[in-house]
Design a protein around this ligand. Structure first.
Ligand SMILES: [Zn+2]
Length: 258
């Protein structure tokens, strides 16, 4: 039996991104996860997790875990079973993303301080360090070694597959912004809702409470979330995006790609 979820209400709640009206939209079992097409489905838990969708910006979220502490998240979601429902977490994703960062910014690497926000075990930073980026750092509230917020300011903050895990994405984005130099760049990934999302509903594979996907962005919600901090966004595709106040010199060449 997992820790109690917040009681569900049929009354619309304010959207966590824009404050618009977010009515109940769909419900899945807590055991639903994002790797069901690759690894086995888990036995149903009997715990329904309701998601809401904003009528205005179309952000999809659940408030079911909003009363959970970080310790509860660690016990129930980011526990020993997590790797089973997110098999790329340890190796494949961080090393792939390190290659991506190197291919985009390698030309200026000796001048760029990088923070990997939500960086898990720190492998992305470690890989960047060995390829010549000076002192890359990691922050992750769920990994003891990297849970302490950093005082420094960075040229680049990477944030891969993290925003969708945030029960309070507005606060999360504010924390990222607080780590940025004035002329910095955020390179981040989160998959936005596809055009046929209305039809797929919460059956869409990316809606997965067991692996902590609690905040599912629409493109409008993504733009809105960053704009409230004075940041513009540009997307390479449905998954990879960047955000900045003004595009830094070291990222000019990306304009043709995004
Ligand atoms: Zn909204």
């Amino acid at each position: 039996m997992i820790t109690k979820l917040k009681d569900v209400s049929t009354t619309p709640l304010p959207c966590k991104i824009c404050g618009g009206e977010a009515a109940l939209f769909g419900v899945v079992d807590f055991a639903k996860h994002c790797s069901e097409a690759r690894v086995r489905r888990l036995p149903l838990s009997g715990m329904p997790v309701y998601y809401r969708r904003c009528l205005s910006c179309e952000f999809l979220f659940t408030d079911a875990f909003d009363d959970w502490s970080e310790a509860t998240f660690k016990a129930e979601i980011y526990n020993d079973g997590y790797i089973e429902v997110d098999p790329d977490y340890r190796q494949v994703r961080p090393t792939g993303n390190a290659r991506l960062v190197h291919s985009l910014f390698g030309a200026n690497k000796t001048e760029l301080r990088v923070l990997d926000y939500g960086g898990g075990d720190g492998l992305l930073s470690e890989t960047l360090r060995s390829s010549g980026f000076p002192e890359p750092r990691t922050f992750d509230p769920f990994v003891a070694d990297f849970a302490r917020p950093l005082e420094e300011k960075f040229d680049i903050v990477t944030c891969f597959e993290t925003l969708e895990h945030m029960p309070d994405p507005t606060a999360g984005i504010a924390a990222i912004v607080a780590s940025m130099k004035e002329t910095g760049l955020v390179l981040f990934s989160t998959l936005v809702q596809p055009p046929d999302f209305e039809m797929l509903g919460v059956n869409w594979w990316y809606v997965g409470p067991r692996n902590g996907h609690v905040s599912i962005f629409s493109r409008a919600a993504l733009v809105r979330a960053w704009r409230s901090h004075g940041y513009q966004t540009a997307s390479f595709d449905d998954n990879l995006h960047m955000a900045f106040r003004s595009l830094p010199e070291f990222a000019r060449h990306l304009l043709d790609q995004a």
